[in-house]
Design a protein around this ligand. Structure first.
Ligand code: APR
Length: 240
């Protein structure tokens, strides 16, 4: 008998993928893993830095206590990211923009790789590592060369959301609106442990969306999803 490899994509997902107009995609560190960016909770080299767990060095308190150390850590991470390129997962998601009339891409990543792959209007819930922001007047700067604000002269800090900080104004509201209107929701490469991002697929499903998780490992959301595609985003997404 001829052996056949079954596609991991169900007929139900294919049907919904072909007919959906409003789609929400939520991504986390796992979507960049195949580009060589270490995840946070995967025990990679960003999990602990100079003896400090990532949630200590990346915290609001650390900005107050030791801003130069925070910059040192973000300079180190930016250095890791300089040569990094988008992978098949970023490219596939960027292509979905042309396929669906209304696609909202929400990312927890700060690496800018979705934009590098061609995605636009990305909702960056946790900011962007390539930008800096004034600690006093909040003016942002795309350049990381200077450490003083051109507006008021005070210190700049990375324009990212640190532990103990609120999300940028408006970003979560836009994401929540998209979740409430979505017919199809993909949750890709996130451990789904950090709120409020992890709440978006829950809102989407309660509002009627079909929720699909793409992750090589189980997460607290897995049981809640309509479909779980177990594997790497770069392998799975091009198959859909
Ligand atoms: N494809 C898909 N998923 C993957 C891959 C891959 N190739 N490799 C790893 N993963 C999954 C892991 O199984 C894990 O569930 O990606 C997830 C990464 O989880 P985290 O490291 O916790 O990253 P994330 O969910 O993005 O973290 C959320 O926490 O530290 C903060 O602000 C930081 O934005 C980050 C937030």
């Amino acid at each position: 008998m001829e052996s056949q490899t079954a596609s991991p994509i169900s007929a139900e997902l294919r049907r919904r993928f072909n007919s959906a107009a409003r789609v929400l995609v939520l991504t986390g560190a796992g979507v960049s893993a195949e580009s060589g960016v270490p995840t946070f909770r995967g025990g990679g080299n960003t999990a602990v830095w100079k003896g400090m767990p990532f949630d200590v060095i990346s915290s609001a308190g650390m900005v107050e206590r030791d801003l130069p150390a925070v910059w040192e850590w973000f300079d180190y991470r930016r250095d890791l990211l300089k040569a990094v390129k988008p992978n098949a997962a970023h490219v596939t998601i960027a292509g979905w923009q042309h396929r669906f009339p209304d696609l909202t891409l929400v990312t927890q990543n700060i690496d800018g790789l979705h934009q590098k792959a061609g995605s636009h209007d990305v909702i960056e819930l946790h900011g962007n590592i390539w930008r800096a922001r004034c600690v006093t007047c909040s003016m942002t700067s795309e350049s990381n060369e200077h450490r003083a604000c051109v507006g008021c002269g005070d210190h700049l800090r990375p324009d990212v959301v640190l532990f103990g900080e609120l999300l940028p104004t408006g970003a979560y509201d836009r994401a929540a609106d998209a979740a409430l209107g979505a017919e199809l929701c993909f949750v890709i490469g996130t451990s789904a442990l950090v709120y409020p991002a992890a709440n978006l697929p829950v809102m989407a499903k309660r509002a009627g969306a079909y929720v699909v998780e793409v992750n090589p490992e189980e997460t607290p959301l897995s049981d809640f999803c309509d479909e779980v595609l177990t594997g790497k985003a770069g392998d799975i997404l091009p198959l859909i």
